[in-house]
Design a protein. Sequence first.
Length: 108
Amino acid sequence: MTTQTDPQTETGLSETTLNLVALGAAIGANAERAFRAHQSRLEALGVTKEAMIQAVNMALRVKGDPHQMMLALAESTLTEGGGCCGGECACEAEGKEKGDCGDDCGCC
């Protein structure tokens, strides 16, 4: 028989901190039910929406970095010579290299 331990006692972190971490983890895992459960717990603990937003924004930054790295890998390996998307770039018509015109080139 396994005994369940109290995460707060085990970690020394407050219930608020543990639930903010769990809220961010739910974002990272795309776990809607967990997000809603921890949001409700945090509201019951009196945590402000601003504090929850900070936790969510941190989770999104952490989650977004690998996404951006994979996007860069796909672009560099799947498009001829790299570039923003592999399509016809408006900057090429101007004699520049594909992708030089940045996000506003209209080819992506």
